[in-house]
Design a protein around this ligand. Structure first.
Ligand code: HEM
Length: 192
């Protein structure tokens, strides 16, 4: 939401898509979700810049091994820096910019959450990939779609959105987002 409020053109595009797919006279339902490619790209881009678990969960080999030329001793701890991989200029143009379009179409960066594209692993990868991937993806899409379809969002007067992060096992916003919603749809019965 903070990225969208910082990028009103992206917010507008996502809302136009919702108007087209859902219309103005009903609320978002699960069956709409797969018809929202732009919103999907917004979510992917938000998870690229701000992965919830920036270092994933640590790995520890039961046998000493060598991976990519690095020796890893038995019981050593390996942290995978997904945050840095998601901003690696070898794989991403303008890596620090919020640009959902990078995930649209047949572009080389049109990657998914499966963990097989190693430059994009917001849910991790391999046998310990997030167990709630499908649920997390759907809930994020459904909640965001409902927020954007039903409301216009603004910052309180005089305040600017802040997208800075606070590092930890889980990535948090440095400052909480306070945003003011206003009804977006003409049919006020939908808000009851
Ligand atoms: C947008 C939402 C979510 C994101 C971005 C996310 C991200 C992650 C990441 C990055 C990992 C570490 C994977 C790895 O190290 O390879 C993980 C692990 C895990 N997640 Fe999620 N997660 C989300 C939602 C959920 C939900 C909704 C559930 C449960 C209902 C869940 C359950 C788990 C579990 C159980 C693990 C540990 C899996 C294992 O070690 O085998 N997650 N998640």
């Amino acid at each position: 939401m903070a990225e969208l409020i910082s990028h009103p053109e992206a917010m507008k595009k996502a809302q136009q898509e919702l108007t087209q797919v859902v219309g103005d006279n009903e609320t978002v339902e699960e069956h709409h979700i797969h018809k929202l490619p732009y919103l999907q790209a917004v979510v992917k881009e938000a998870l690229r810049l701000h992965p919830s678990a920036p270092l994933l969960l640590p790995r520890s080999p039961s046998q000493s091994c060598t991976v990519g030329g690095y020796f890893i001793p038995k019981d050593g701890k390996v942290f995978i820096n997904a945050w840095a991989m998601h901003r690696d200029p070898l794989f991403w143009n303008d890596p620090f910019e919020f640009h959902p379009e990078r995930f649209i179409g047949d572009h080389v960066n049109n990657v998914d959450y499966s963990g097989k594209y190693f430059h994009y692993i917001p849910f991790g990868s391999g046998r310990r990939i997030c167990a709630g991937l499908r649920l997390g993806e759907r809930m994020l899409m459904y909640t965001l779609a409902t927020f954007l379809h039903m409301f216009e969002w603004k910052m309180p007067d005089g305040e600017k959105p802040d997208t800075r992060e606070k590092f930890g096992i889980v990535l948090e916003k440095l400052t909480p987002l306070i945003a003011v919603p206003a009804p977006r749809l003409g049919n006020l019965e939908l808000y009851e």
